[in-house]
Design a binder for this molecule. Sequence first.
Ligand SMILES: [Zn+2]
Length: 443
Amino acid sequence: MKKFYFVLFTLLFAILPACNKEVKTSGNGTFSYNFEGKVDFNANFTNERLRIEFILAGDASNQKAYLGTVSREPQWSGNPDSLIDPFGYGEYYFEAFEEGELVFSTGFCSLFSEWRTTEEASRVAKSMTHNVWMPFPKKPVKVVLYERRRADNVFQPMLEAVIDPADKLINTGRLNDFAVEPYMVNGDDASKVDLLFVAEGYTAAEMEKFRKDAARFAEYMFTLDPYKERRGDFNIRFLLSCSRDSGVDIPQDDVWKSTVCESNFYTFYIDRYLTIQDHSKIAEAVSGAPFDALFIVANCAKYGGGGIYNAYALGTSDNDRSDPVFIHEFGHSFAGLADEYFTSEVAYEDFYNLDLEPWEPNITTLKDFGSKWADMLPEGAVIPTEPNDSTQLGVLGVFEGGGYMAKGVYRPYFDCRMHHNNSEGFCPVCQRAIGRMIDFYTR
Ligand SMILES: [Zn+2]
């Protein structure tokens, strides 16, 4: 029966042509919080949340998107004054229109877009889920999903559909009884970054350990700039999402567990890469909880983690590098930061197109450096910065090597936290990008 509903749903929402979209890659000096035609939240939305599940399918050269389940969830916790995305980050972009007027937009990445850059994607087609959340509309909305075209960085439409809030097939059922426990609530959800720590691979008997692990991460976060001085801008809660088994999947060791998010190591056959293949597992786990950002705490001592922009980050609880891994992965998911390293083993092939400026705020190909941190450099600074060695620790510059590539991609600091786990902290460029994201949720 479910299959029938799905087919009917997709047939009803016929795919129509929409225009390609040029979204300015941000992280630049012209960033502005003022938008023309600010969206009237109360006129357009209820205080609930709309979740739209997409199925992304394809291979290295092509991908398609299909509409999955549409759900109504209890609570929208975002900033009602930040409904339109100002960043232009991500491999995908989502927009919602009410009577032709843009009322919501957001950019994001998915594990699927990463997988498409692996060697495997040149041999086989696969699919993965991805969910987008927006405030629940009062009237029918046209939603458009875009993919970023690798050839020119322009977003082109993949799927267009109309969602009617009165549709009887919107799923309003409660999916779990997981308790949401406040750890630190500094104010109304609408004006704070609502960070939700999610338990993964903790049994019901291990919830006290989860509380301690999540609290340790939260307190570690506020030892680092710019989080340190923005503590009052965060609400932090714990989702007591218990799993049947303790621990997570480690396929390379033949270890398989039944856990709430079904996370696994060995993603793309990389030893330390811990991700969640089915994004809908997370979406179902958090369906009753308020959040702007998610960190999934995996109950495990193995070194590893992962972070996907505007989707989720996860890391293990009990490794001696768990704290720095957490803040690094959260940098990816929360602020769209790129990896500044280029020597570790990754599965990606030519991750960045060197003819184009990447969208991430903390790396550049020098194709449009003015949109990055050029405004933060002293006048007359020589680019690239030389020597490119540890004598430059603490110097803001343009160092060659970053984004998994030793040549053609440049980073702002010799040794930022997005480069090394043992660096002092985030470079000034990453700090600015994180600060702007906190502003987006709070101002
Ligand atoms: Zn950095």
